[in-house]
Design a binder for this molecule. Structure first.
Ligand code: B12
Ligand code: SF4
Length: 390
């Protein structure tokens, strides 16, 4: 991920003297593979499952790397077998087609990880041990800010039986909480119910959470999820203003968002939501709509972020001339986040909006029905200040 760029490069530099073949992969290298060739020997573009196997095979047998689809490397003068030249010609091999049948992919070899340490860490920190499983790849939507560098404009599903087989494997390692890392776990309601039924049929007892879209949530889906052990669902709502949702190409409405959050809450699920504030094209009023809407929802968790033009996204294309800084991951809390483009709102104003939204949300949660006595004056004052801040 873009946030992990510096650490990955540092890590590669540490490993350099001990490793023959350093390979990078993932969302960011898939956007700009050549940018990683100073520190890595080969960059895998797109899905890595089969590419990595073919690459290791070619590397160990001495076959031509040029035959491995989906990689970028430098062709050294001694021949491409070395792949560790920092001066050679850049070779970009043919692109790797996306996996068509996800059930054919092998499960991740999680037993090779130091699971006891992860489990111990999770139990101490959160009271449960969590790991992730992904049951679909891609997303049929094209939100303006979202990067689809790895899975492209595709949506592919694993069968319910195959998903629950992997769940059982993960549970056998000692984990008790699963984060389904799909872009939109709830997209296909029929399949979601099949997965829930399969979990119950096998008598599996574990907690889980997922990401969902508000237009694919209903009372029926929410209660099926709850009955199959779901604890928490997160929605990317992004804005409390329908015009801004259109600008983001989000294909949802504020009304759908409220209805989805209500269904999930009524089924007994914890609900989280993500919002973006000060999106390019927003005005003071639309940002305030988002803050008001977010704090009016019965949420258990919410996050506000400033907009990030990720490489290769339509948002990046729209505002690329205004990008004036490179991404720097915050060392601690959000106050260290930086706005990387010349925005209509100052960074201070964005942070003000985020703090204001979080305080309103926390006050409403803590004080319940009596919150309005405090929240109304707080919002009136901070709305006024927000409009004045440059
Ligand atoms: C789960 C998730 C998170 C979780 C991470 C939890 C966890 N520990 O797993 C949380 C909520 C923390 C998170 C946070 C953020 N995330 Co996030 N997240 C995801 C999500 C939804 C799933 C990741 C996943 O498991 N994918 C499944 C695996 C199979 O896919 P994959 O990682 O891409 O791996 C495949 C290939 O890339 C390749 N590959 C990957 N690594 C490697 C390495 C090698 C050596 C090789 C050969 C191949 C290879 O092979 C894999 C199999 O084909 C993705 C979207 C997505 N669908 O991938 C976004 C995504 C990765 N996140 C993204 C972003 C932007 C963020 C945030 C910066 C958001 C923000 N504004 O704060 C933060 C950063 C947090 C941080 N500390 O760095 C972007 C990254 C874009 C980019 N260019 O960097 C994505 C793609 C979302 C998007 N569509 O825009 N995220
Ligand atoms: S933000 Fe969510 S719904 Fe939109 S394209 Fe990305 S994954 Fe799909």
């Amino acid at each position: 991920m873009i946030t992990m760029r510096e650490e990955s490069i540092l890590f590669a530099q540490h490993l350099r003297s001990r490793t023959k073949l350093l390979v990078a992969g993932g969302p960011l290298p898939s956007c700009d593979s050549t940018a990683f060739l100073d520190d890595f020997d080969v960059v895998v573009v797109g899905e890595g499952d089969r590419t990595m196997v073919d690459l290791v095979r070619a590397y160990t047998t001495g076959d031509a790397l040029a035959e491995v689809a989906g990689i970028t490397y430098r062709n050294s003068r001694e021949g491409e077998r070395d792949a560790r030249s920092h001066h050679g010609r850049v070779v970009v091999t043919s692109s790797r087609p996306l996996a068509t049948n996800l059930d054919d992919l092998f499960f991740p070899a999680c037993e090779l990880l130091p699971n006891e340490q992860y489990i111990e860490y999770g139990r101490q920190k959160f009271g449960y041990s969590k790991t992730s499983v992904i049951t679909t790849r891609g997303c049929p939507f094209r939100c303006e800010f979202c990067s689809n560098a790895v899975f492209g404009v595709s949506y592919r599903e694993r069968s319910a039986v195959n998903v629950v087989d992997e769940v059982e494997q993960v549970l056998s390692l000692g984990y008790d909480y699963i984060h389904f890392a799909d872009d939109v776990f709830t997209f296909n309601g029929e399949r979601l119910i099949e997965i829930c039924d399969e979990i119950k049929r096998r008598g599996l007892s574990f907690a889980w959470e997922c990401l969902g879209r508000v237009d694919s949530m209903s009372d029926e889906i929410a209660s099926a999820m709850k009955n199959a052990g779901c604890r928490r669902v997160f929605f990317g709502i992004e804005s409390g203003n329908d015009d801004i949702l259109k600008l983001m190409n989000k294909h949802i409405t504020v009304r759908q968002a409220r209805s989805a959050v209500t269904s999930a809450r009524e089924a007994g699920l914890n609900v989280g939501a993500f919002f973006i504030v000060c999106y390019p094209g927003e005005m003071n009023e639309t940002v305030l709509d988002t803050l008001r809407f977010a704090s009016s929802l019965p949420l258990d968790y919410l996050s506000f972020t400033m907009p990030y033009p990720l490489p290769n996204t339509p948002l990046h294309e729209r505002i690329k001339e205004r990008i004036n800084k490179s991404w720097r991951p915050p060392e601690s809390g959000f106050l260290e986040h930086i706005c990387i483009f010349d925005a209509d709102f100052s960074e201070t104003k964005m942070k003000f909006a985020i703090v204001k939204g979080q305080i309103s949300f926390l006050l409403k949660r803590r004080l319940g029905k009596s919150a309005y006595v405090v929240v109304r004056p707080f919002e009136a004052i901070t709305d006024f200040l927000f409009q004045r801040v440059k």
